[in-house]
Ligand binder design. Structure first.
Ligand code: FE2
Length: 324
């Protein structure tokens, strides 16, 4: 069945179409916010303004009309209420207007499932690293996800964005920060791992302080090296605990090539298969929502209309309770 997926948890509106495991389209439009940063209402306005264009481009790329679509899937959370509401309203309109089933999708679940699929892995240990989340995930025997370890304060991506803002970078995000970090020298920064959990706020504060007296390039490099090393340590501990022989990394921060290199090396040393999906699927994207929506529809059927509401704090380990 062809599924259309709408992604709208934060600053990106994306609409993608999947036919089972095949990507037919994936149009991504991201609101940058400029110097004023990301204001929720402005993200919502952006999504409302570009929804029709992104939809028609996505259907056009797929060579389909809305009547060819069998299922409308939408990102239900975790995310920011205002942009989520716009995406969900669009999904409801399409489903009701054209008589299609609707399926609400957990955003983290979608990242994990599309990555598993594209890396050709079955039930790997998953490392999910994004702006708001940093989690180690395991699917149990009943196909529910458990969080084995996670950040105890901020997400790793948020830490990079905050640091980039603190040193007044024009493009305040992790991608620009990793460019700045190229060729940097290592400075010792606090390393904070608690079992399989991570703590980033002390590291961020120390990096901001160091940036007052050291070259920004060296601090950016050290911040990334330290946080990636912490991440590798908790992933390796989880691999030993679970005896898993495959690891997938997903989410926005998974696009970082240095992190990929460190994880790949660690996995090679431990005899573990390592996988990461192409960048397009680690960005917030509609195709992964379409793919995950198809999986959930097969298992749980459509989401009742009254349950099609944003769940801003929708943790992956709450899916059982939400989907019942
Ligand atoms: Fe994401």
């Amino acid at each position: 069945m062809k599924a259309l997926g709408i992604e709208c948890t934060a600053h990106t509106l994306s609409i993608g179409v999947m036919d089972g495991g095949e990507r037919l389209s994936n149009v991504i439009d991201t609101y940058s916010g400029g110097s004023e940063g990301l204001i929720p209402r402005k993200m919502a306005d952006h999504h409302a303004e570009c929804f029709a264009r992104v939809l028609s481009q996505s259907l056009g790329d797929a060579g389909l009309a809305i009547r060819d679509i069998g299922l409308i899937a939408f990102s239900q959370g975790p995310g920011i209420g205002a942009p989520l509401s716009v995406g969900i309203a669009g999904a409801k309109y399409l489903a009701l207007r054209h008589g299609k089933p609707l399926v609400g999708v957990n955003h983290c679940y979608a990242h994990v499932k599309i990555s598993e699929h594209l890396c050709n892995m079955e039930n790997p240990l998953a490392l999910y690293l994004s702006g708001g989340n940093s989690q180690i995930l395991l699917e149990d025997a009943e196909n529910h996800y458990r969080v084995l370890g996670e950040t105890l304060d901020i997400g790793i991506g948020n830490m990079f964005d905050s640091f980039a803002r603190a040193i007044k970078m024009e493009q305040a995000h992790g991608g620009a920060l990793s460019k700045l970090a190229e060729g940097g020298k290592y400075l010792p920064l606090p390393y904070s791992v608690k079992g399989m959990n991570l703590v980033f706020s002390g590291l961020l504060t120390a990096a901001e302080k160091a940036a007052r007296t050291h070259p920004h390039r060296d601090v950016a490099y050290s911040l990334m090296e330290t946080s990636f090393a912490m991440t590798c340590e908790v992933a390796e501990r989880a691999l030993y605990l679970t005896r898993k022989k495959s690891l997938v990394v997903c989410g926005g921060v998974a696009q970082n090539r240095r992190l990929q290199e460190m994880l790949r090396k660690m996995c090679a040393e431990d005899g573990v298969k390592f996988g990461v999906a192409p960048d397009e699927f680690n960005r917030d994207n509609g195709a992964m929502i379409a793919y995950a929506g198809s999986l959930l529809h097969r298992r749980y059927g459509p989401t009742p209309l009254e349950k099609c509401v944003p769940i801003t704090n929708y943790r992956i380990d709450r899916m059982k309770e939400v989907l019942g």
